[in-house]
Design a protein around this ligand. Structure first.
Ligand code: PMP
Length: 383
């Protein structure tokens, strides 16, 4: 519960900012107003804030500091990865991407059609799983990049990242992985992963919005999207020092508790799913049976419209979403659930309940009570 008295079940959209991140941001805003590029004392003080945060983010994902490029978030990191990989290999005009990527990547790939860049979309099965063989089969001599997310933001389904990295390595195709939903929730070892480019976003791991990073494996000469000398020429523009400070502090906190958080949150999530099945015979858990993030439940109640369920939940003090917050205003069904073979009607019924660090057992009980109340009229009609 947060201080507005609401129950928060939307951690895949944004997480509460950790007190340590708030403190780091306030300190950076107050004292570190120098420009990190200035050579004087105040400039260097700001630079040391950025350097420290770079180390903290690198540690969280097992990267080295020099591999971290700070960006305005994962949307920009995703663009930098795809457009950078294409610019790096101008003779290559083909992408391999999973059909369930975040809209920032799907819409970019669609736009690239106008530049004669083709994309092969890797399908998923009914549980949202990607088959690595399909990635291998989609590769062409002119493939510039494989882009497959670590974990899906709507269903929490985890991709076979190590297997895809092995395919990418043996085919000598760079591998980009959007780890926005995974970082801080499951352990990530960039160094040992075989991934070449990894996207991160601070606000999914208890940091502030508007800051993220792309980890760029050493030796990859990725050209910038935004020119300037900052970030060693890989991302121009004066650094968002307070945002980066908050990201670093959030990453430091997450590094110390990722395993403990994951097992605690997973047991709450499993208890929630068991109770959903027991109380609501019409409940179907999307992605069930697949390896999933510990915090995500995507559920539909027969084909009851999710927007109706969510607005009623909101009225009784429960915040949740119908999948990607980026499409929350659209009435279009989720491309992820359609790719899993669901009908339009089924996809429009999906409610995403994403748990987090602040979720405690009584929240689960109260959520179940709220759902019982909200679903009662529809259940009585159906009876
Ligand atoms: N990728 C995934 C998987 C996401 O969940 C999100 C956030 N919804 C993004 C990318 C975009 O991140 P940002 O908000 O930092 O641009």
């Amino acid at each position: 519960m947060n201080d507005r008295g609401v129950l928060y079940f939307d951690h895949n959209a944004a997480t509460p900012v950790a007190p340590e991140a708030v403190a780091a941001m306030i300190a950076a805003l107050g004292q570190c107003y120098g420009n990190p590029s200035s050579v004087h004392t105040l400039g260097q003080a700001a630079k040391s804030v950025v350097t420290r945060a770079r180390g903290e983010v690198a540690l969280l994902v097992g990267a080295s500091q020099s591999e971290i490029v700070f960006t305005s978030g994962a949307t920009e990191a995703n663009h930098l990865a795809v457009l950078g990989a294409l610019a790096m290999q101008p003779h290559k005009r083909h992408l391999v991407m999973s059909a369930v990527e975040h809209p920032s990547l799907i819409s970019l790939a669609r736009q690239l059609r106008q530049r004669d860049i083709a994309t092969s979309w890797i399908p998923v099965d009914a549980a949202g799983r990607i088959d690595t063989d399909q990635v291998l089969r989609a590769l062409r001599p002119d493939t510039a990049l494989i882009s497959v997310m670590w974990a899906n933001n709507e269903t929490g389904v985890i991709s076979p990242v190590a297997d895809i990295a092995a395919v990418a390595r043996s085919s000598r195709v760079p591998f980009h992985c959007d780890a926005t939903q995974a970082a801080g929730r499951v352990p990530i070892d960039f160094a040992g992963s075989g991934i070449d480019l990894l996207s991160l976003s601070a606000h999914k791991l208890h940091g502030p919005k508007g800051v993220g990073a792309l980890c760029v494996r050493k030796g990859i000469g990725l050209p910038p999207l935004i020119n300037g000398h900052q970030e060693r020429g890989r991302r121009g523009g004066t650094e968002n020092v307070p945002g980066i400070a908050g990201f670093g502090a959030a990453a430091r906190v997450a590094s110390g508790r990722v395993m403990a958080d994951a097992s605690r949150i997973e047991s709450l999530r499993d208890a929630l799913e068991a109770a959903l099945r027991q109380r609501f015979s019409e409940a179907t858990i999307n992605g069930c049976g697949a390896n999933r993030l510990p915090n995500t439940t995507n559920v539909r109640f027969a084909t009851l419209d999710a927007e109706m369920v969510l607005s009623r939940l909101n009225r009784v003090g429960v915040c949740a979403s119908s999948g990607s917050a980026c499409t929350a205003t659209a009435t279009e069904p989720s491309h992820v659930l359609l790719a899993m073979g669901q009908t339009r009607e089924q996809a429009l019924a999906a409610v995403r309940l994403s748990l987090g660090r602040t979720t405690i057992p009584t929240h689960i009980d109260r959520l179940l009570d709220a759902l019982t109340e909200v679903l009662r009229p529809a259940r009585e009609r159906a009876a």
